[in-house]
Design a protein around this ligand. Structure first.
Ligand code: Z5A
Length: 213
């Protein structure tokens, strides 16, 4: 624990099969080797309440879920995660590595489902007090490539059953957010090998250590 400075929040984003889980494992190992006191978590999920929400939002049985319900459930999970896990960790000087965060709501519920960005921004202010990651790694790859990678994993969840057009809109929304906030985002070409993706991610974290010193 570092009692003198606030920790850093690093988030991983990308479409289906982009390689977030694969990168998380390598990045976690690297950061721990650097002596970083690290918490790893995910969205939706990361707390007992959030994991229960995750089971609901991904369950194919709820195929009639409205875009509004989906968005509110994502933020219910997020509000709990911020209060129970992320804020206490950052306040204690720990770093947090989070598999998806608010950008995913702008990409999936905004870009994918068509919910207006102003509505999402209102929830963001209310539920997270506008908590913004110090670094967001966007794993970008063609939709077809990501879907082909994810195809062999068994039954698709409620969101994975969406068509290619939905995931094209998700990808476009992510890229637009990255273009609007270049200082926070690092876009990583996720068609490269896992080692190359990890190297790019590690390179993107260097300035965080500088800021900590
Ligand atoms: N969601 C939302 O709608 N709104 C929100 O606000 C939030 C989330 C927070 C759950 O997310 C769903 O919730 C997600 C968005 C929505 N829905 N969808 N679709 P998730 O992150 O838990 O699930 P996911 O997006 O489906 O992740 P994923 O498909 O598991 O992908 P991944 O973790 O990015 O990939 P991976 O498991 O590391 O890799 C997939 C395969 O590719 C695997 O066989 C790897 O060995 C392989 N791989 C990985 N990297 C490479 C490289 N570089 N080259 C070749 N092959 C690779």
């Amino acid at each position: 624990m570092n009692g003198f400075s606030r920790g850093k929040l690093i988030t991983l984003e990308g479409g289906e099969g982009a390689g977030k889980s694969t990168l998380l494992a390598g990045l976690q190992k690297h950061l721990l080797a650097q002596g970083v006191d690290l918490v790893q978590t995910r969205e939706p999920g990361g707390t007992p309440l959030g994991e229960a929400v995750r089971a609901i939002v991904l369950d194919p049985a709820h195929r009639g879920m409205s875009a509004e319900s989906e968005l509110l459930l994502m933020f219910a999970s997020r509000a709990q995660l911020v209060r129970e896990c992320i804020e206490p960790a950052l306040a204690a000087g720990r770093w947090v590595l989070c598999d998806r965060f608010t950008d995913a709501s702008y990409a999936y519920q905004g870009g994918g489902r068509g919910v207006r960005a102003e509505r999402i921004a209102l929830l963001e202010q209310w539920a997270t007090h506008g908590l913004t990651p110090d670094l967001t790694l966007l794993l970008d790859l063609p939709v077809a490539t990501g879907r082909a990678r994810a195809a062999g994993r068994g039954e698709a969840d409620r969101i994975e059953v969406e068509g290619d057009n939905f995931f094209e809109r998700v990808r476009a929304a992510y890229r637009a957010r990255a273009a609007a906030e270049p200082a926070r985002f690092r876009i990583i070409d996720a068609t490269r090998t896992p080692d190359e993706v990890l190297a790019a991610a590690i390179d993107a974290t260097h300035h965080l250590f500088g800021a900590k010193a």
